[in-house]
Design a protein around this ligand. Structure first.
Ligand SMILES: Cc1cc2nc3c(=O)[nH]c(=O)nc-3n(C[C@H](O)[C@H](O)[C@H](O)COP(=O)(O)OP(=O)(O)OC[C@H]3O[C@@H](n4cnc5c(N)ncnc54)[C@H](O)[C@@H]3O)c2cc1C
Length: 621
C-alpha cells in the first residue's frame, strides 16, 4: 500500500504524538523515520519535564498523548520543581532511562492500530494546486491526504565540533538536505537556528565522593493521571561546580569555539546556553552549577547538565578535568553544536497547517522551538487537526486561556520567534488557572470528545471533579465552634484560637492553616481522594486570585470570539496604517484576539477592525 490518510515525516517527540493522535482518530497513518532504531530518541538531556515543560507534558497526557506514560515507564528520578513556591509555578521533572524511553515508544508504535512505520528519507513533497498529496522518498512515492513535517534538527543540519564541521541531523545521523531545499522551493520562509549538547562521561571515572548528592522525591509522583505508581528503580543525581580555572580554560580557547570565531552565525538557545556562552555573558560569576545525571540504569553514561559545548575535543577534556569530581573523567562522546533550518511559524495557522500549502502541517523543533515537550505538544495538535481535516470536521484550536499548549502555539503563529523558543511559566498570563495539577480537569473532556482518551479514564476525571465539589461543599457548610477543647486542639497545632464559630472554608482561608491541619484535627470526611483534596485546598486558598483571573479570561475570550474571515480584504480599510494592513493580510488572523497579538498591531487598529467587522456582519445580515 502506498496511499495513506496521513503521513508523518519523523518519529521524534512531535512525530510520535502526531501519528498516535491521527491513528487513534481512525486515520491510516504512516510514520517515516531515517533510522527505525531512533524512534522516540532523546537527542540531548535524559529528562522529561521541568519548569513550564511539566505543564505541557500533563496537558499532552490529558489530551490522550503518549509522552507522560512513556516518562513514567522509564523514569529513574522524579522531582517537583519550585515545590516551595506557589502552585502556579510548580512543575514536574523526571530523569529518564533514555534507552528504556525509546524502546517503550518503539513497542507502542508496533502495537498501535492504524499506524505503520517505515525507514526512508523524504526528499520532496508532492504538491498540486497548493495542496499536498504525498511525498517522494529515496525508495518510493507515497500518497497521503495530509502530511506533517516533524523533522527536528535534521533540515540541513550542520554539526560543529571546534572549528571542524560536517553535515548531520544529530550525532551519527545524516542530515535532511533535499527536503530542506524542497521546502525552500515551495516558497516557505526559512531561518537557521543553533543548539548544542554536552559531552557524555563514563560513570566509572567520576569521583562521586567530591560531589553533592541529589535524591528525587519520595514517593515519586508520576506524570500521567492514569499511572498509579512508579515501578522502576530510582537513582540519585550529583552536583558539582565549574571554577575560575574552568573559566580561564574556556576564555583562553574561545578562538577555537565555532560560536565565537564567527563560524556559527545562527541564533542559539538563550535559556540553555553553552558553557562558553555562560562564561562570556555572565563573566561576573565565578562558578556555574553542573548536574551529573545518569542516562539510564544499564549504561555508564553520565550527562553533565550545564556543560553544553562545541569547543574542540582536547579543550572539552581540559575543562572537564578542572572540575571537582571530574579530574579523571573519561569522555564517551564529545559535546557538539548543531545549526539547522527552521520554518517561519507565522506562516502556519493555529492548527499548525501551512497557510501556503493545504494539508501540510509542521510540528516540533522544525517550527523554531527547542525541547522534547514543546515538540510533543505541537505534534498532538498537528495530528488531531490533520485527522479532523481528513474527516472534514471543525478544527481543534487551544486558546491561551485553555492551556500552556495554547500559549505555545499562539506565540509561534501570531508572534513567531527569532530565537529557539522554550516554554516558561512567565509566558502564560493565566497560569494560576492553568496549573499542571488540574490539566486533567481542564483538558480531558476535549481528549475524550476527540476519541483520544477512553471512557474509563474520563470517568475517573469526572469522579474527581465531583469529589472536589463535594469537598468544597462540605467545608462551606460545616462550622466549628470557638469552644474550649477545640481551641486547645488548635493551639496544639500552633494555630490561632477562634473567637467566634467559623465554617471550615473560612478556617482554611486563614494563611497559616493548611488542609493537612484540618486532617490532623479530624475535621475532614472520609471517602474523598487525596488528589481531590489538593484541588479543594487550592480552590479555597486562592479563591480571590482565581476569580480575578477568570474575569481576565472572560475579557480575553470576548476578542477571541470575534472572527475574521480568511479572505477579508484589509487593503481598503481606512484609518489603519499600510504597515498594519500588510501584516494582517500576511498573518491572516482567525479572530480579533489573534490580530491584537501580532507585533505592531495597535489597540486603535483593533478597535477600528472591530467596527469594520460589525459593519460587515450587519451588511451580510
Ligand atoms: C545537539 C542537540 C542539542 C539539543 N539541545 C537541547 C537543549 O539544550 N534543550 C532542549 O530542550 N532541547 C534540546 N535539543 C532539542 C531536542 O532534542 C528537540 O527539541 C526535540 O528532540 C525535537 O523533537 P522533534 O520531534 O521536533 O524532532 P527530533 O526528535 O529531532 O526528531 C526528528 C525526526 O525526524 C526524522 N527525519 C528528519 N528528516 C527526515 C526525512 N527527510 N525523512 C524521514 N525522516 C526524517 C528523524 O529520523 C527523526 O525521527 C537538542 C537537540 C540536539 C540534536
Amino acid at each position: 500500500m502506498n496511499k495513506y490518510d496521513f503521513l508523518v515525516i519523523g518519529a521524534g517527540h512531535a512525530g510520535i504524538e502526531a501519528a498516535f493522535a491521527a491513528s487513534n482518530m481512525g486515520c491510516k497513518t504512516l510514520m517515516l523515520v531515517l533510522d527505525a532504531k531512533s524512534v522516540g530518541r532523546l537527542s540531548c538531556n535524559p529528562a522529561i519535564g521541568g519548569v513550564g515543560k511539566g505543564q505541557l507534558v500533563k496537558e499532552i497526557d490529558a489530551l490522550g498523548g503518549q509522552m507522560a506514560v512513556a516518562a513514567d515507564a522509564s523514569g529513574i528520578q522524579f522531582r517537583t520543581l519550585n515545590a516551595s513556591r506557589g502552585q502556579a509555578v510548580q512543575s514536574s521533572r523526571a530523569q529518564v532511562d533514555m534507552d528504556a524511553y525509546s524502546l517503550y515508544m518503539q513497542r507502542l508504535v508496533k502495537k498501535q492500530k492504524n499506524l505503520w512505520l517505515k525507514e526512508a528519507q523524504v526528499k520532496k513533497l508532492i504538491v498540486n494546486d497548493a495542496a499536498v498529496c504525498g511525498v517522494v522518498t529515496d525508495k518510493e512515492t507515497i500518497f497521503a491526504e495530509s502530511v506533517a513535517v516533524c523533522a527536528g534538527t535534521f533540515l540541513n543540519g550542520l554539526i560543529h565540533l571546534g572549528l571542524k564541521h560536517h553535515s548531520g541531523g544529530r550525532v551519527n545521523e545524516i542530515a535532511s538536505c533535499a527536503l530542506a531545499e524542497d521546502l525552500k522551493s515551495l516558497g516557505l520562509n526559512l531561518f537557521r537556528f543553533k543548539t548544542g549538547t554536552c559531552p557524555r562521561l563514563d560513570k566509572q571515572t567520576i569521583d562521586f565522593s567530591k560531589l553533592i548528592i541529589q535524591h528525587g522525591d519520595c514517593p515519586a509522583r508520576p506524570f500521567s493521571f492514569a499511572t498509579r505508581s512508579i515501578k522502576r528503580k530510582q537513582v540519585p543525581c550529583y552536583i558539582t561546580y565549574t571554577n575560575e580555572l574552568t573559566h580561564k580554560i574556556i576564555r583562553d580557547n574561545l578562538k577555537y569555539s565555532p560560536l565565537y570565531s564567527g563560524i556559527i552565525t545562527s541564533t542559539g538557545v538563550r535559556y540553555c546556553p553553552s558553557i562558553e556562552d555562560k562564561v562570556v555573558k555572565f563573566s561576573e560569576k565565578n562558578r556555574h552549577q553542573v548536574f551529573l545525571e545518569p542516562q539510564g540504569l544499564k549504561t555508564n553514561a553520565i550527562y553533565p547538565n550545564g556543560l553544553s559545548t562545541s569547543l574542540p575535543e582536547e579543550i572539552q577534556l581540559k575543562l572537564l578535568h578542572s572540575i571537582p569530581g571530574l579530574e579523571e573523567a573519561c569522555v564517551i562522546r564529545f559535546g557538539y553544536g548543531i545549526e539547522h533550518t527552521v520554518v517561519d511559524s507565522t506562516q502556519l495557522f493555529p492548527t499548525l497547517e501551512s497557510k501556503l500549502i493545504k494539508g501540510l502541517f509542521f510540528a516540533g523543533q522544525v517550527n523554531g522551538t527547542t525541547g522534547y515537550e514543546e515538540a510533543a505538544a505541537q505534534g498532538i495538535v498537528a495530528g488531531i487537526n490533520a485527522a479532523l481535516k481528513i474527516r472534514k470536521e471543525k478544527s481543534f484550536i487551544l486558546e491561551r486561556a485553555d492551556g500552556y499548549i495554547g500559549v505555545l502555539i499562539d506565540d509561534l503563529t501570531t508572534k513567531g520567534t527569532n530565537e529557539p523558543y522554550r516554554m516558561f511559566t512567565s509566558r502564560v498570563e493565566y497560569r494560576l488557572l492553568l496549573r499542571e495539577d488540574n490539566a486533567d480537569l481542564r483538558l480531558s473532556k476535549k481528549g475524550f470528545q476527540l476519541g483520544l482518551i477512553n471512557k474509563n479514564v474520563y470517568r475517573k476525571v469526572l469522579a474527581k471533579a465531583e469529589a472536589i465539589q463535594k469537598g468544597i461543599h462540605y467545608l462551606r457548610k460545616t462550622r466549628v465552634k470557638s469552644i474550649g477543647h477545640f481551641n486547645e486542639k488548635l493551639k496544639k497545632q500552633n494555630l490561632q484560637e477562634l473567637k467566634k464559630s467559623v465554617t471550615l472554608e473560612e478556617l482554611l482561608k486563614r494563611p497559616p492553616v493548611k488542609l493537612a491541619d484540618l486532617k490532623a484535627l479530624n475535621l475532614l470526611p472520609k471517602g474523598i481522594a487525596e488528589s481531590a483534596w489538593q484541588q479543594v485546598e487550592i480552590e479555597i486558598k486562592y479563591a480571590g486570585f482565581i476569580q480575578r483571573q477568570l474575569k481576565d479570561v472572560e475579557r480575553f475570550k470576548h476578542l477571541e470570539k470575534i472572527k475574521l474571515p480568511l479572505d477579508f480584504d484589509y487593503r481598503n480599510l481606512s484609518g489603519i496604517s499600510r504597515e498594519i494592513k500588510e501584516k494582517l493580510a500576511k498573518f491572516k488572523p482567525l479572530n480579533l484576539g489573534q490580530a491584537s497579538r501580532i507585533s505592531g498591531v495597535t489597540p486603535a487598529a483593533v478597535s477600528l477592525l472591530m467596527v469594520y467587522i460589525g459593519r460587515l456582519k450587519r451588511t451580510n445580515g
